[in-house]
Ligand binder design. Structure first.
Ligand SMILES: Cc1cc2nc3c(=O)[nH]c(=O)nc-3n(C[C@H](O)[C@H](O)[C@H](O)COP(=O)(O)OP(=O)(O)OC[C@H]3O[C@@H](n4cnc5c(N)ncnc54)[C@H](O)[C@@H]3O)c2cc1C
Length: 408
């Protein structure tokens, strides 16, 4: 017998889980988000929202709220870390943004999560449950039960693991395979613009150097975000509570441009974060259970796409379930098939983003003058003489409009 799904249990209230909840509500489902934390944390870092993600936020009616808290960068740039010399710059002018089809934003993560969680609360009061640590799931003939660590149980038609890099849902589907440490750690800080003598440009700027790179960008409310990535084998933590010594960060970026050293100098706290990814998973689905976001495809942040892909996943999942649930020939499909559609549709694109992020690690960290010239020379020439070609290399990511896709 075919049962149309109604209630969707979502484990995890990160950017992926919250967006998925909103997308599922938008497509007419009931949702229950189960988050282990007692409160959604005030995470001290910024995030880039590229056009492929902002299209979905717009479709969810959230663009005004996001824009109210966000900064709109004027360009995407790469520079040399020590000299500050520009390698290329893509202007984020009206023509480019029209071509990509949506705005590019920088926002504080706490503001991003607050916009999503407030919208969820307004649209479905009580849909978000905090202090709800998922333990395991159990599938029955007509549903799925989420068992909490404290013994509570929640019943639904479908369960989605949006529980991040160390997903318990993923572990139940695929067994105890660990994420892979990539040999990179990231310094992360948010610094008041007013504290900086030499503020970074108003672009999303990647600063490249041997075995390391930095990313700087402005946020709303007069703040600047700093990420400093260093190749290191000995740093494995990834949580919001680990901070490191300013001296160490300063040593990692000694002799770099004053815009970088100034950010390290003025940061109140320098968070440290080990960077992990996974090989492409063989499956994201087990019957009525599916994975999404970092639980399914964690990636290095070197394309600024991890959360954007989670946002795309959320919309795609809701659409696949809705196309199954709606009054169409697809209504004959069962839930596993709808989740299978979702996985088949999303896997190639998220895998491409994972691979592109890995490739950027090599591009950004060239260590010899010869390899720098061989790589950055053509980039510089391309930026100078064929900026449209440089821009077009990002079209596959930014032109994509998940809200316009039809599956089936
Ligand atoms: C340095 C850095 C910079 C980045 N910059 C960008 C960027 O600019 N743009 C971009 O798009 N991406 C960026 N990313 C990637 C992005 O942060 C992640 O891809 C994204 O946050 C993943 O979202 P998620 O919802 O899938 O997982 P998470 O954010 O990890 O959320 C998972 C949630 O599940 C909860 N949870 C876990 N286990 C359980 C359980 N058992 N029971 C209940 N709840 C549970 C957690 O508490 C958490 O709230 C960056 C990453 C890093 C490290």
């Amino acid at each position: 017998m075919t049962v149309k799904p109604k209630k969707i249990l979502i484990v995890g209230a990160g950017i992926g889980g919250l967006t998925t909840a909103l997308a599922c509500l938008h497509h007419g489902f009931e949702v229950q988000v189960l988050e282990q934390a007692p409160a959604l944390e005030n995470m001290g870092a910024g995030i880039q929202i590229p056009p492929n993600a902002s299209k979905i936020l717009a479709a969810l009616g959230l663009e005004q709220e996001i824009a109210a808290h966000a900064f709109r960068p004027q360009a995407l740039q790469t520079r040399m870390g020590q000299s500050g010399r520009q390698v290329f710059s893509i202007a984020l002018d009206a023509k480019t943004l029209n071509h990509w089809g949506a705005a590019y934003y920088h926002i504080h993560r706490a503001d991003y999560v607050a916009v999503l969680s407030t919208a969820l609360q307004v649209r479905a009061n009580n849909a978000l449950l905090l202090n709800a640590a998922f333990s395991h799931y159990q599938q029955t003939a007509d549903g799925v039960v989420a068992h909490m660590a404290d013994g509570r149980q929640f019943h639904g038609d479908i369960l989605i693991g949006a529980d991040g890099l160390r997903s318990s849902v993923r572990q139940q589907i695929l067994g105890p395979e660990q994420p892979r440490f990539t040999g990179n750690m990231a310094w992360r800080a948010v610094v008041p613009l007013a504290a900086l003598e030499c503020p970074p440009p108003t672009s999303a700027c990647v600063w490249m150097g041997p075995g390391r790179h930095a990313v700087t960008y402005h946020l709303g409310d007069g703040l600047v975000n700093f990420i400093g990535v260093v190749e290191r084998q000995d740093f494995l933590q990834e949580d919001w509570h680990t901070t490191g010594a300013r001296q160490q960060a300063a040593a990692d970026f000694a002799d770099w441009h004053p815009m970088i050293t100034g950010l390290i100098d003025k940061a109140e706290a320098l968070h440290c974060w080990g960077l992990y990814d996974r090989q492409t998973l063989s499956t994201w689905v087990d019957g009525r259970v599916g994975l999404l976001g970092d639980a399914a495809h964690p990636m290095l942040p070197f394309m600024a796409q991890g959360a954007a892909m989670a946002v795309e996943d959320g919309w795609a999942l809701a659409r696949c379930l809705a196309s199954y649930a709606s009054d169409t020939p697809r209504a004959a499909l069962n839930i596993a098939d709808a989740l299978g559609d979702y996985q088949r549709h999303r896997l190639p694109r998220t895998q491409a983003a994972q691979n592109a992020s890995r490739r950027n690690a090599k591009t950004f960290h060239r260590s010899t003058v010869v390899s720098q010239l061989a790589n950055y020379g053509p980039m510089w020439l391309g930026g100078k003489w064929a900026p449209n070609l440089v821009r077009q290399r990002l079209d596959w990511l930014y032109c994509h409009d998940e809200t316009a896709v039809t599956v089936g």
